[in-house]
Design a protein around this ligand. Structure first.
Ligand SMILES: NC(=O)c1ccc[n+]([C@@H]2O[C@H](COP(=O)([O-])OP(=O)(O)OC[C@H]3O[C@@H](n4cnc5c(N)ncnc54)[C@H](OP(=O)(O)O)[C@@H]3O)[C@@H](O)[C@H]2O)c1
Length: 388
């Protein structure tokens, strides 16, 4: 990880984030108190650009079954602060609300006091209305990724208890009936099976950046039949998913060779993640290289070109855009067991969470965070922290 700092030419104002076990990359001025989430120094009430007086009171109870919790923390309020939108559209449809009903938990769910969340492209694609046919009803509290503390458990919850520090992607199916009430809120209700205990060496901001991206990276590699000794080309290696595909391919699957694409300033970053060959897509076409790969993992939407770089009989994993055979596309399924399986690689520091150096964005800057993610230039994950 030292190499990441010393060799990068990436124009960052702060070091890229890395787990506390690596010490050199810490940039929070103070350590997060894991048991008592700190109040944001960027209090939402102080931000004049906020619309705090919206009359809308969003109720979660229409979506969820009557509460059947076995254990309840008396300190959970009935209302919370949250970001939401009542119509599909650009970033301006996002409104800050201060009186959203705290979701009730179903019997297989826990209620999480959210400490940190992260944004994914699916959040803005969903907000733009691209998945209307299978979306939950408006208004929507966006947010898939969460890290926080369990404050209430449903009656059928077996493995989690109040006070547990957890993380996960709260929507089992990313596009098919995602919850109405996501993680960009003070509280969110999540099925136990979608969660795992937060790796001990990671703080909440680091953990929040992992779930959807690492589950996508892992599921794609598995579906491609990736295994030890195989080579891979990762298109979009500096993004939230791509940066984890490189790390998993190297440290979990045992890749023989990893090539990845990014723009000029991010080539050292690719190498620091484990890429043997960093390809500058502004200067060369990856499909013109003489080499062919066992797997091409396309997180950019270049399948028509990706299929030219794969060996005969190899696999092309596609996350977005049109699919050209033999490419195949899948949509990630949230899976707490997968996070548990990857836990040793995270706790050993082999696989590292990467927070974009423009963040973490405090809760009052969720719109700015979305606008940044929507440029398509993020490096690693866009994280929201702290959440009051
Ligand atoms: N199907 C699924 O289940 C699933 C799951 C997760 C994500 N996705 C989709 O996968 C895509 C990637 O997600 P993400 O979270 O990784 O996005 P992201 O973090 O926003 O990706 C940003 C990165 O993409 C890189 N990039 C942009 N154009 C590129 C190009 N032509 N060649 C190489 N790199 C390029 C950028 O690097 P530069 O600045 O160097 O260009 C930037 O670092 C999104 O469309 C998302 O919706 C699908």
């Amino acid at each position: 990880m030292e190499a990441l700092l010393s060799s990068t030419t990436f124009p960052v104002k702060r070091a890229l984030y890395s787990p506390p076990s690596d010490k050199p990359l810490q940039f929070f001025p103070t350590k997060i108190n894991l048991n008592r989430p700190q109040k944001s120094s960027h209090s939402v009430q102080k931000n004049a650009s906020f619309s705090l007086s919206l009359p809308l009171r969003i109720s979660a109870s229409a979506q969820t079954a009557p509460s059947t919790e076995a254990s309840t923390s008396s300190s959970v309020p009935s209302e919370m602060k949250a970001w939401s939108y009542s119509e599909y559209g650009a970033v301006d449809v996002l409104k800050f609300e201060s009186n959203v009903a705290v979701p009730e938990v179903k019997e297989d769910q826990v209620l999480i006091k959210v400490v940190a969340a992260a944004l994914n492209p699916v959040d803005f694609k969903r907000r733009l209305g691209k998945f209307q046919a299978t979306d939950s009803p408006l208004p929507t509290v966006p947010g898939y990724d969460v890290a926080g503390i369990v404050v209430k458990v449903g009656s059928q919850v077996k493995g989690l208890k109040e006070g547990d520090e957890v993380y996960g992607d709260i929507h089992e199916k990313a596009l098919d009936g995602p919850k109405q009430f996501g993680s960009l809120a003070e509280y969110t209700a999540v099925e136990e099976k979608l969660l795992a205990l937060k790796p001990k060496n990671l703080d909440f901001a680091q953990a929040a950046g992992l779930p959807l991206a690492i589950e996508t990276a892992y599921e794609g590699l598995e579906r491609a039949g990736f295994s030890s000794g195989k080579s891979i080309l990762v298109l979009g290696g500096a993004g939230g998913v791509g940066s984890l595909v490189i790390q998993l391919a190297k440290h979990v699957f045992g890749a023989s060779k990893i090539a990845a694409t990014a723009s000029t300033p991010k080539l050292d970053f690719l190498r620091s993640l484990g890429a043997d060959l960093a390809i500058d897509y502004t200067k060369e076409n990856f499909e013109d290289l003489p080499e062919r790969f066992d797997v091409v993992y396309d997180s950019v939407g270049q399948c028509d070109r990706a299929v030219k770089a794969v060996k005969e009989g190899g696999s092309v994993v596609v996350l977005t855009g049109a699919v050209t055979p033999p490419g195949f596309r899948f949509v990630v399924t949230s899976n707490g067991e997968m996070l548990k399986k990857l836990n040793p690689f995270l706790e050993s520091g082999k696989v590292k969470p990467l927070i974009d150096p423009k963040g973490p964005f405090p809760f009052d800057q969720v719109k700015e965070a979305f606008s940044y993610l929507e440029t398509g230039r993020a490096t690693g994950k866009v994280v929201i922290y702290p959440i009051p």
